[in-house]
Design a protein around this ligand. Structure first.
Ligand SMILES: Cc1ncc(COP(=O)(O)O)c(C=O)c1O
Length: 454
């Protein structure tokens, strides 16, 4: 059992006077070691371009695009202006049986950069909601076509699909699941693709492991395809520590899904909007799913928004029945929120003007060489990369998993670099505007912290 929290501890930050005026009791922080944080808070006050500044005025290089979302860098003028103008012009419009022009405009703009054939966009407010929406769409799609027995949903071990019940059920990160009962019924998981024995220190896609996709055949044999609605995977598994798909793996998964009439959903919440060198990882890997979930980079992180991109024929399957009836009983009060739509349009303008949706591809070679130069540093047991994503996996401290990487994170923050850690992997996903010198700076700082954590 957790020990009771000492209230004095919660006031510690205030008591030190280091963050005057910030009362820290009330806010229960998400995915945070609350007690540790409140003893030594890390408060961000301002951001511009590649940098944050904390509440003490200290500059911090952003090595992770906020949380994999600020792809164009911070405080970009077009996005800021778009949000400001929108707030003054139309603050809110109900999205059920009503709409506003920018919802349509943003959907069109998203389709323009989306993989050819993804022609419909359903807006949500987060990646988690995009996942729930896609899973429900998959069930509804089969049902509307008379295949209502297809109810089973398949995820993958080590997958992350947000934190709602559908997402944690198909997800495969144990800490996100173990506390919350059994989740949705009728879920199963294929094997993850992490095989360090064969693939450690692969530059880009690992060579070995296409056949791991055949694990889906095992589940088809077990449950029968007539009961399986969809498979959801991240093309690059991000939150579990950057697992890049082996060459041929996604193609094989696609083939098996097609053969058995199973929908394939790519969760591109992290990979969407330029992270891997193309607008979507779907394009980078040349494998077409039936639906794509996205969020984060759709608004450059400036307003909450997610979306499900859908193939025309999936959408069209719903468009039967009397025209006055709602075709899909699903949506959110803030679906296609005007501020988020304005932010999204400003974001896509910025990406287009600066060629950011393909910039990760241009930077990939330099970035890969830089992160792989950490091979041989103490306790570095694997390095993985694709586009402008890197994962540096450290050997855990004996008996204290996650602590070594977390120490690196704290150390780097002190030195002025923001990274993200998951397990004992340090993840890098800098804004796509990053320059070579800043790549060098990130890797040099990381090298120092890894040595100090030895
Ligand atoms: C692949 C993937 N899916 C879903 C989510 C959940 O997104 P959100 O936190 O916006 O709900 C994330 C978040 O990191 C993600 O990486």
């Amino acid at each position: 059992m957790n020990k009771a929290v000492d209230p004095a501890l919660l006031h510690a930050a205030e008591a030190t006077g280091s963050h005057p005026g910030v009362k820290m009791d009330a806010y229960w922080m998400p995915f945070t070691a609350n007690r540790q944080f409140k003893k030594a808070p890390r408060l961000l006050a301002r951001a511009e371009g590649m940098y944050y500044w904390d509440d003490q005025g200290r500059q911090i290089l952003d090595g992770v695009a906020g949380l994999w979302c600020v792809n164009a860098g911070h405080a970009r003028p077009r996005i800021v202006q778009a949000i400001q103008q929108q707030a003054a012009e139309l603050d809110y419009a109900p999205p059920f049986q009503m709409a506003h022009p920018k919802a349509f405009e943003l959907a069109e703009r998203v389709v323009q950069v989306a993989p050819t054939g993804m022609t419909k966009v359903f807006f949500t407010n987060s990646g988690s909601e995009a996942v729930e929406t896609a899973l429900k769409m998959a069930l509804a799609y089969h049902r509307v076509r008379g295949e209502g027995t297809r109810t089973r949903l398949i995820g993958r071990e080590r997958g992350y699909h947000g934190v709602n019940f559908g997402g944690i059920s198909v997800g495969g990160m144990v800490a996100n699941r173990k506390t919350f009962a059994s989740g949705l019924p009728g879920i199963d998981h294929i094997r993850h693709t992490h095989e360090p024995a064969r693939n450690a220190f692969s530059v880009g896609q690992p060579v070995h492991g296409a056949e791991i996709a055949d694990d889906l055949e095992r589940l088809v044999a077990l449950h029968d395809a007539s009961n399986i609605a969809a498979v959801i995977v991240e093309p690059v598994a991000g939150s579990t520590g950057v697992l890049v798909p082996p060459v041929g793996y996604l193609q094989r998964l696609r083939e098996i899904c097609t053969r058995h009439g199973i929908l394939l959903i790519f969760d591109e919440v992290i990979t969407g909007f330029g992270r891997t060198g193309q607008p979507f990882a779907t394009q980078t890997f040349g494998v077409m799913p039936d639906m794509i979930t996205c969020a984060k980079g759709i608004t450059n992180g400036c307003a909450p928004m997610g979306a499900v991109l859908v193939r025309q024929e999936i959408h069209d399957a719903f468009m039967t029945g009397p025209e006055h009836l709602i075709e899909f009983f699903h949506g959110y009060t803030y679906s296609a929120h005007p501020l988020a739509c304005a932010a999204g349009i400003g974001t896509l303008d910025t990406y287009a003007e600066e060629g950011l949706l393909t910039r990760a591809g241009e930077m990939e070679g330099y970035f890969a060489a830089a992160v792989h130069s950490l091979k041989g540093e103490p306790n570095v047991i694997d390095i993985r990369n694709i586009g402008l994503v890197g994962g540096i996996e450290l050997a855990p401290l004996p008996g204290e998993p996650t602590k070594r990487a977390f120490n690196v994170f704290l150390d780097l923050y002190e030195k002025g670099l923001l990274v993200r850690t998951t397990g004992d992997t340090v993840a890098l996903s800098p804004p796509l505007i990053i320059e070579r010198g800043q790549v060098d700076q990130i890797v040099d700082m990381l090298r120092g912290a890894i040595r100090r954590a030895a």
